[in-house]
Write a protein that binds this ligand. Structure first.
Ligand code: TEU
Length: 541
């Protein structure tokens, strides 16, 4: 039976539609492909599936540039395919969460196209941020804000008569103009879009750039010395402004009108978990991604500190903590955790085996914590980031625009290997839009299924145990136990203990109980246990 608070300890699996499964053999994933793989997700044991954008879009930012919020892009299928996908998922007991992109539209959105065509007097321009430039001839951007993908956050338009015109704001690519959320038509439109998808039967929304919708009045300069940084401070005039919370209070009322316990999760990059907690107050959204945890290194003291501050920040607002290690914007954690010394974030494959071992341990740690966990497609296969993609195949709009970030997001977006052989390892009959490494045959779903040592079977066992023992995800606290340096040990209600050896050498501890699950072989004898390097263990006491 469905619990009203199903989301408090839910495991939610992110599907990146273009890279999950290709139903029609055009090299690009699609909704029929995803639908055909729902039984796999059911068997994996997740509670819900979050789909990255599948809306009509020119794909300047892989669909995070939406031209029509109520239509499916033909490359992904049709509204009928979406309907069938939602129904099939529900029949299997899986919930569906869709991505909502309210900070900006595509420059191919009807409103923006007409705003440009109609010229400077167009009322539609008020729905975006159009401004005259600075300088004698308006040749300079209206303020000093920079795009997150690099370069100015402003692009100059051309008037219908061909003369240089006003500028418009885009925190991301020039093809992603920011909406003006002070305009009532924008707020109305998004409330209507929410209802459209709720009526389609979706169980919730992931809110893209939830911290960015409202900009400080007057769009003030940041000032020369403190240039904007991605995760910059809370004083940024375009992030985390108080006004955003009013929007979410209105949305929460809409979600609550619908039966079936619909939810929303905020993608809000805030400087602290305390500020993240503002998005999940009881009358706002249900969850927010814990990016502090995602940024944590493989270091016991740091992990413990972030776990504590995360739980402490959520307790007063009564929202579950969330845990996330990978998504479509960051280097996969099997690669991030690779390579000594512990705590170094490297982008090369490094020591593949070490990264994978730590990733498997990190997953067991995450799934033993109270709250909700987010998985990103392919992490259950232990996929590494693909670090040697040729420049010509990269599609990340950040590629080439930003120094030091050079398109690294394509490396985590390479299509999933389903079979050990065949075209694109079973992704589809027509190859794949990003090339898959040869080594992926051995990492395919087919190769790992039934192999008790595989990462896939480890995930299946962990998720099955979490379903069987609700205590593993329940509550809002962990009880820390004494442990040697570099080892984490904590008790969970219901008689469970989790120990994590983050060091590179085996450590002996008194055995807290019987081994329920571990990511490597743990020897116990005469009340003592030897925890191998980089190993997490779930114990029943
Ligand atoms: O990401 C928002 C965000 O802040 C990202 O810029 C993230 O920090 C960055 O990708 C790291 O390089 C969301 C989506 O998840 C991302 O895929 C989109 O590109 C972005 O919004 C614009 O819609």
């Amino acid at each position: 039976a469905a619990r009203a608070d199903w989301w408090r300890d839910a495991v939610i699996y992110q599907v990146y539609p273009r890279s999950f499964a290709d139903g029609n053999g055009d090299g690009m994933g699609d909704l029929p492909g995803i639908r055909s793989r729902l039984p796999y997700l059911r068997e994996l044991g997740v509670d819900a599936v979050w789909l990255s954008p599948f809306y009509a879009s020119p794909q300047a930012d892989a669909g995070y540039d939406v031209a029509d919020y109520r239509a499916i892009d033909p490359m992904f299928g049709t509204l009928l395919d979406a309907d069938a996908l939602i129904r099939d998922a529900h029949d299997l007991g899986l919930r569906i969460i869709v991505d909502l992109v309210p900070n900006h539209s595509s420059d191919a959105h009807e409103w923006f196209k007409r705003a440009l065509e109609e010229g400077p007097g167009s009322a539609l321009r008020d729905r975006y941020h159009f401004r005259p430039g600075k300088g004698d001839r308006g040749e300079l951007p209206p303020n000093d804000w920079e795009s997150i993908f690099g370069g100015s956050a402003w692009t100059r338009t051309e008037n219908p008569d061909g003369t240089p015109g006003d500028w418009y704001l885009h925190l991301f690519a020039p093809e992603q103009p920011d909406f003006n959320w002070e305009h009532p038509a924008v707020a109305d439109e998004f409330r209507s879009i929410l209802r459209f998808w709720l009526d389609m039967g979706v169980d919730g929304f992931r809110i893209d750039v939830a911290h960015g919708l409202v900009k400080a009045a007057g769009l003030p300069d940041i000032g020369g010395s403190e240039q904007l940084k991605l995760l910059g401070s809370d004083v940024m005039p375009f992030f985390d402004q108080d006004g955003v919370h009013e929007i979410y209070r209105a949305w929460r009322k809409i979600l609550d009108e619908y039966p079936g316990d619909r939810i929303a999760v905020a993608e809000a990059w805030t400087p602290t978990v305390e500020r993240t907690a503002n998005y999940v107050r009881p009358d706002e959204l249900h969850q927010a991604f814990n990016f502090q945890y995602l940024g944590t290194h493989w270091d016991a003291a740091e992990l413990r500190r972030v776990i504590d501050v995360s739980l402490d920040a959520m307790r007063p607002v009564g929202a579950p903590a969330t845990w996330v290690l990978s998504n479509h914007d960051v280097t996969r954690h099997a690669t991030r955790f690779a390579g000594p010394p512990a705590g170094t974030q490297i982008r090369e494959a490094g020591d593949r085996e070490l990264g994978l071992r730590r990733a498997r341990a990190a997953t067991l740690l995450m799934l033993a914590l109270p709250g909700s966990a987010y998985l990103y497609q392919g992490e259950e296969l232990g996929l590494p980031d693909v670090t040697d993609l040729p420049d010509e195949v990269r599609q990340d709009p950040a590629f080439g625009r930003t120094e030091g970030q050079d398109g690294f997001r394509d490396g985590c977006r390479v299509p999933i290997p389903w079979t050990a052989e065949g075209s694109s390892y079973g992704f589809g009959a027509g190859g794949s839009w990003l090339p898959q490494p040869d080594s992926w045959a051995g990492l395919s779903v087919e190769a790992q299924t039934g192999d008790p040592d595989s990462t896939l079977e480890l995930y299946r066992s962990a998720l099955a145990a979490r379903r069987e023992h609700a205590a593993l995800g329940a509550g809002d606290a962990v009880e820390w136990l004494d442990a040697p340096e570099g080892v984490l040990a904590f008790r969970r209600d219901g008689g469970f203990v989790c120990t994590v050896n983050t060091t590179g050498t085996a450590v002996r501890i008194p055995a807290p109980g019987r081994v329920l699950l571990a990511n490597s072989v743990v020897r116990t004898a005469e009340g003592e246990a030897e925890l191998p390097a980089d190993t997490a263990v779930w114990w029943t006491v």
